[in-house]
Design a protein around this ligand. Structure first.
Ligand SMILES: [Zn+2]
Length: 172
């Protein structure tokens, strides 16, 4: 049991980590240790390929979710890496990511609302009104007439997702 257990039980946090480290790295990302640990020892503890463990730790490091310090063995002169998980940073990082998603979604919803769209039912290609007009409302691929297309369902789905994001952001 680690201090991050509650944090890691959150599906949003799990999805965030999975996006960063990939499926291969999840056994490492989901099993942080509270104290400093050498990568080889962590690999042994988790019964995983040391290469995957090292790679995952470096990905976490690049995302500010792990840190390391080098320790020199006096006898052999070799360096070992002592790793720490920095999962205290997760809520803030996640918050930032979700904020970016929310902003992008808002722009996208605005674009969808502000534009009229036309579609070729045969090819499934969508055109903005201006494009469709330039094409005299004929599909450039197959020549069939372009039909007006409602994007209400799409906008509605985006608004639902947007609402979820706003709620998640309020929780953090
Ligand atoms: Zn077509």
């Amino acid at each position: 049991m680690t201090e991050f257990e509650e944090l890691l039980s959150d599906e949003v946090v799990q999805a965030y980590l999975a996006e960063i480290v990939g499926a291969e790295g999840m056994p490492v990302a989901m099993n942080p240790v509270d104290d400093e640990i050498v990568d080889e020892d962590l690999a042994e503890k988790l019964d995983l390929d040391p290469k995957i463990v090292r790679r995952t730790l470096f990905i976490l490091y690049e995302n500010d979710l792990a840190s390391y310090r080098r320790d020199r063995d006096e006898e052999s002169g070799w360096y070992t890496y002592l790793w720490s998980f920095e999962y205290d940073n997760i809520p803030e990082k996640l918050n930032k990511e979700m904020g970016k998603l929310r902003d992008a979604l808002e722009k996208r919803i605005e674009y969808e609302r502000d534009n009229e769209f036309y579609i070729c039912d045969i090819d499934g290609i969508r055109f903005e009104f201006d494009e469709a007009m330039d094409l005299s409302f004929n599909c450039p691929e197959c020549g069939s007439p372009l039909e007006p297309m409602s994007n209400d369902d799409l906008v509605e789905a985006m608004e639902t997702r947007h609402e979820e994001l706003v709620n998640e952001l309020e929780k953090v």
